[in-house]
Structures are given as structure tokens and as C-alpha cells.
Design a protein around this ligand. Sequence first.
Ligand SMILES: NC(=O)c1ccc[n+]([C@@H]2O[C@H](COP(=O)([O-])OP(=O)(O)OC[C@H]3O[C@@H](n4cnc5c(N)ncnc54)[C@H](OP(=O)(O)O)[C@@H]3O)[C@@H](O)[C@H]2O)c1
Length: 434
Amino acid sequence: MSSRNEVVIGLMGLGVVGSGVAQGLLDKARTITNQVGCPVNIKKVLMRDDGRTRPVPGYETRLTTNAEDILSAPDIDIVIELMGGEDPAYQYIRRALSLGKHVVTANKEVIAKHSAELIALAQEKERDLRFEASVGGGIPLIAPFRRDLAANDLSALHAIINGTTNYILTRMGNDGLDFSAALQQAQQFGYAEADPTNDVEGKDAVYKLAIMATLAFHTPIYPDDIYREGITRLAARDFRYAKELGFTIKLLAIARRENGVVQARVHPVFVPQDAILAKVDGVFNAVQVEGDLVGKVLFYGRGAGSLPTSSAVLADVINIAQRINHGVNYEPRIVIDARKSIKSMSDLETRYYFRMSVADRYGVLAEIAKTFGDHLISISSVLQKESDERTRTAEIVITTHPAREAAVQQALRELQALPVVREIGNFVRMEAQL
Ligand SMILES: NC(=O)c1ccc[n+]([C@@H]2O[C@H](COP(=O)([O-])OP(=O)(O)OC[C@H]3O[C@@H](n4cnc5c(N)ncnc54)[C@H](OP(=O)(O)O)[C@@H]3O)[C@@H](O)[C@H]2O)c1
């Protein structure tokens, strides 16, 4: 039974996603009114006062540069925060919830750093805090964690969650481009920002993994809990060698829970060519979740862009508006228990790939094998690649059986000091269980 004439929105931020959401509310007004039972209207749009004019068709008379026009407005039901960055977005979200407003945001940084506190505040105020668009753009991920997978004990997440890096790695793997050429192409197509640091250094993926792992394991996982390595050290030859070994290379966000201990990490990974995640190419994202009842489930789609991200924001808005209109309070609470222990990266046990340049002479392999053996690292394969007659060096590729990260790091330091080792070109972790 409908009880409202309208549900009223305050929109903060009118950039890529904000414009898509504002346009979506106009274009889909009839559908949304049908679904909600009354119209959903934007009353105010917050913009920055920097003297620039921006095209805002349909909203010209509703612009403000004062956040309080939204936060303190008694008739605004839902605040949509689409400004990005930690502050003032975090302060505005807190204030909106404190003043009894529902909040929808796409802000991965704020949610990754403050989810436990903000969820608790929303629950105290009996209001909704929704952030479906903060991870995976239009791919439904947060709602499945909250609802559809609720009966499961989730044990692992493996995700390709950053479209920019997946595009770059796909071009390096498929077309033999080196990192800088692939990055340049990503920038030309608008898949990478002018300053790509957050993406290529894995920071964006860390925020998204923190959000997913917090919901999946019901414990606060913060960005600082997550080990991070970006993709800038990878070379085209790593992809060639990976292919020869039956693998491809992906930037994976991985979280596992074992015996009440959580491990979370973002770094390049050798992924077996027959794994589903190996086939996720270009700007697409995919998240594989493992639960005790459901087994493995895969979520796949476009992880960014104005329209896919607006799809997630608008779904959150529609859902809250439906309940406002029907006088139902906030959705069942998200359970976040006490903090669980975080497993240190040095306790990781996995396989490793090494590429190194060594002196091209008798006895070198024995010296290298001894260094590995001293740290109980068992070699799985050795391939000798190109050799350079002039400098009398050869490139070798070594893979190991599962070994402890701490032992591998120590072996790396000792290998670097061996006179026969000219250079450690790269080392990459390998993931067999996908
Ligand atoms: N773009 C995507 O594909 C995507 C996907 C998923 C999630 N997200 C998330 O969605 C959010 C918005 O991203 P976006 O790509 O739309 O960013 P954007 O294009 O940079 O837009 C941000 C908007 O917020 C405004 N803004 C920033 N700080 C402000 C402040 N202090 N006061 C008032 N307005 C302010 C900006 O104003 P100016 O016009 O004055 O700069 C701009 O209109 C971010 O949290 C992002 O992580 C984006």
C-alpha cells in the first residue's frame, strides 16, 4: 500500500557516475515510479563552487554549493554520495546517517576504510547504508553477500576487480606489448586515468577486496590488512613463459578464511589457463566466491563506467525508496563480528615463478638449487631461455612446488648476492587452487 507522494533525493557529486544517476532518474522515471509506488525526485544537487559551469540538463534550478542544503533538509529521505575521495565524503555520509537519512554511495575508499563504523551508525539510526556500486560497478555483489549467500560459510574469494589492470594485462598477454605500451593504449581508450597509480599499484583492488572480505567473513578487514603488489614489474616475456608453462597472468584480489584466520592479498598471479578467471579479459571483472553450501559461484560483468555503475546506484535507491514508501524500516542488519586474526603474508604457502639472468657457465644451476634447498624450497621445473654469447649470460625460468613466502623472500635475498646471478628479473606467485 503506497503512503507517499514522493521519495526525495539529495545528490552529492555530478561527475561520471553522478550524471549517469541523475540522467537515469529522469529517463527511467516511469519505470521507477511503477516499482516504488510513487515518484523518486532529486531535490538538490551538490556541486563544487569553482567558477566552472557544467552541463546539468534537467537540474539547473536544483543546484547548490552548500552541503547543508542537502544534509539538513528535513524532507530529503536519501542522500546519494558520488563525489569520491575520503573527505569530505566520509564526513557527509556520517552526518547524513546521524540526521536520520538513508545513504547510497559508490565510494570504495570511504566504505573500505570505515564500513564497520558506518554500518553500526546506520543500524543505530535504523537507516540504510547501501554501497552496491562501490565494488564491481554494475555486477551484483554486495546484495548477494548480504542476502543470497547468507546461509553459507564463505571460505575464499578470488577476484579480477580492476578493469584497467585487466585490460593492460590482457594486451600484454595477447599482443606481446610491454607494460608502458599497454598502459598507453588503456589511456587512449579511456580505460586508464592520466595518473594510473591507484589502479596499476593495486590500491583500487585493495579497497574493493576490503569491502568484499568484510562482508564475506563478517569481520572488519581494512586496506592496511591487505598485502599489495601492483603490475608494473611484469614484462612481456613473463607472459610468454607463463604461456609455455600453461598459465596466464592476472592481478588477483584474494581473501581466504581458514580456522578463523583471514588472509587477504592483491598481487599478480600465475593462473592456470583452464581456470575460468584466466578467460576474463579486457575491462571485464569477475569475482569467484566459495561457500560450504553453494560451492563455487562466479559473478561477471563490467566493473566500471557511468551506466553500469548507475545501474547499481539506482537499484539501491529503488530498494530503499520501496521500503520508505511502504513504511518498512531498514533492511536486516549486516552482521560484522569482532575482528578476526589476520594471517601474515610471510606465512603464505604457494608455488612461485622466478625469472633470472645468470652467468652462462657450468655449475650455476647447482648453486641456485642449493640456495633454494637451504630454505626447503623444492624446485618443480627449470627452463633455460635466451642466452647472450657476448655477455655470457642466460635467462632461466624456475618454478617451485608450494613453499613458504618467508623462506622464498630469504632465498631471493641470498640469490641476489650470488656472483653467478646477474639479475632477478621477476618473481610471481602461482595459484593452483582456483
Ligand atoms: N567512474 C566509475 O566508473 C566508477 C565506478 C564505480 C565506482 N565509482 C565511484 O563513484 C564515485 C564517483 O566517481 P566518478 O567517476 O563519478 O568521479 P568524478 O567524475 O570525478 O565526479 C565526482 C564529482 O563530485 C564532485 N565533487 C568532488 N568533491 C566535491 C566536493 N568536495 N564538494 C562538492 N562536489 C564535489 C566533482 O565536482 P567537480 O565537477 O567540481 O570536480 C564531480 O562532479 C567515486 O567514489 C568512485 O570511486 C566510480
